[in-house]
Ligand binder design. Structure first.
Ligand SMILES: C[S@@+](CC[C@H](N)C(=O)[O-])C[C@H]1O[C@@H](n2cnc3c(N)ncnc32)[C@H](O)[C@@H]1O
Length: 404
């Protein structure tokens, strides 16, 4: 039988401790934390705090041991798509993101919304305009590296399809497109996948409080696990008081982090962009490969998807294959494709030498782009311009560091 203390951990509407927290809340984050507890969220030893350059994040208020449960979000505390609304408006076939975004829009924007306290701690449209490429004007998109443009184009296509699906409902309820777009972006940057028990279909949900967790690269985040009752966050190591707790959103490159979350991973001490980052080489390689070689690569599924790790200086296997296609005989090349090894002597140096030559030839283009982002045009969209320049500088640094 669970002990009384264990039972008391979950707050109820008349929990005096939580009511006291509400009465003494000094800011919107403390109020929201108490509100989340009333919805059933369990919080152990962390609080929401401003983190320079990261908005708000979760910081420990006591020492924690590895494996300690820091947060628990029961299913009932999650914000889920509104099945009735979706059915009535024939939106059950819309994308999971559209379903959750339009449900959140309708629930959060109601005059008597019970989500007001949550809304108060979410980023606003201006935050998104400053950081999310989807919000930037098309003229600025032109300056983005190709590896950012690619997921951005996909994101815009997905968004447009979702807007088309919900447009009628939004019109009927007098929600301008900007409000749907805002909730679409909220869902994009802070939702979770939830697989309800009893084999029901998986859905996208929003989880109050857990969505304060900022991202850390692979290996630096706490453990966010799903069980039959909800989501829990466990300490991945021991923590001292005042440390930020991170979660890993995925092993994403800075290109993807920028498009989907509006930031890039950079170590404040070393400037390193971390082991998850990669510099895409497609634009460079595809510019230099002949059409015949491209056809050859296409046949074996190796056309595109080339990358360089800025952390280790390694080039990916696809790049190795593509460059070897220009250097080896058909027999030697096929042997490498199937075994990952050179048939006779090791050609790695030659391969890297050619990559270095092509990277050097591309370098002035990087400089030129940094200068043109700075140059002409109005100086509005300042933060957007800084982000674009920062990514080009990271690409430039990786090129400069590349050794044969
Ligand atoms: C799930 S929310 C995390 C909470 C958020 N910081 C806030 O203030 O509400 C995700 C957003 O947090 C910010 N973020 C997360 N991790 C970050 C990091 N490592 N560096 C900078 N910003 C980060 C980005 O704006 C991202 O879109």
């Amino acid at each position: 039988m669970p002990s009384r203390t264990a039972k008391r951990k979950r707050a109820s509407v008349d929990d005096p401790a939580v009511l006291d927290e509400i009465a003494h809340a000094q800011n919107e984050h403390q109020l929201f934390t108490a509100w989340a507890k009333l919805r059933g969220v369990e919080i152990n030893g962390v609080e929401a705090k401003s983190i320079p350059g990261r908005g708000v994040g979760l910081v420990t208020t006591k020492t924690l041991k590895e494996g300690d449960r820091i947060i628990f979000i029961p299913e009932k505390a999650m914000f889920q798509p509104d099945a009735t609304l979706l059915k009535r408006n024939h939106l059950t076939a819309a994308s999971p993101q559209a379903q959750l975004a339009v449900s959140a829009l309708c629930a959060f924007e109601k005059l008597d919304s019970s989500f007001f306290t949550w809304q108060e701690v979410l980023p606003d449209e201006n935050d998104f305009k400053a950081s999310m490429p989807m919000y930037w004007p098309r003229e600025l998109h032109e300056f983005l590296p190709p590896a950012v443009k690619q997921p951005l184009t996909r994101q815009i296509t997905d968004y447009e399809k979702d807007w088309k699906a919900v447009k009628e409902l939004c019109k009927r309820r007098n929600f301008p497109e900007e409000r749907f777009k805002y909730f679409w972006m909220i869902v994009n940057s802070r939702s979770f996948h939830w697989k309800p028990p009893q084999n029901k279909a998986g859905i996208m949900v929003m989880c109050p409080f857990i969505d304060y967790l900022n991202h850390g690269p692979t290996g630096s985040g706490c453990n966010v696990l799903q069980n039959a009752k909800g989501y829990e966050v466990l300490a991945d190591r021991s923590y001292e008081v005042g440390e930020e707790i991170l979660a890993t959103y995925g092993a994403h490159s800075n290109d993807k982090l920028l498009v989907h979350y509006g930031f890039m991973n950079v170590s404040p001490t070393t400037g390193s962009t971390g082991a998850d980052d990669e510099i895409r080489l497609d634009a460079i390689l595809l510019h230099n490969l002949t059409d015949a070689i491209k056809d050859q690569l296409q046949d074996v599924g190796f056309l595109g998807g080339y990358s360089l790790s800025p952390e280790t200086g390694e080039i990916c296997f696809k790049t190795e294959v593509a460059i070897r296609a220009t250097l080896l005989t058909a027999n030697e090349w096929e042997y490498f494709v199937s075994s990952g090894e050179d048939l006779s002597e090791d050609r790695t140096k030659e391969v890297r030498g050619l990559v270095k030559k092509w990277l050097r030839e591309y370098r002035p283009h990087v400089m030129g782009l940094i200068e043109s982002v700075e140059g002409e045009g109005e100086q509005c969209w300042g933060q957007a311009r800084e982000l674009i320049k920062a990514r080009w500088r990271q690409i430039g640094d990786a090129i400069d560091k590349f050794e044969v």
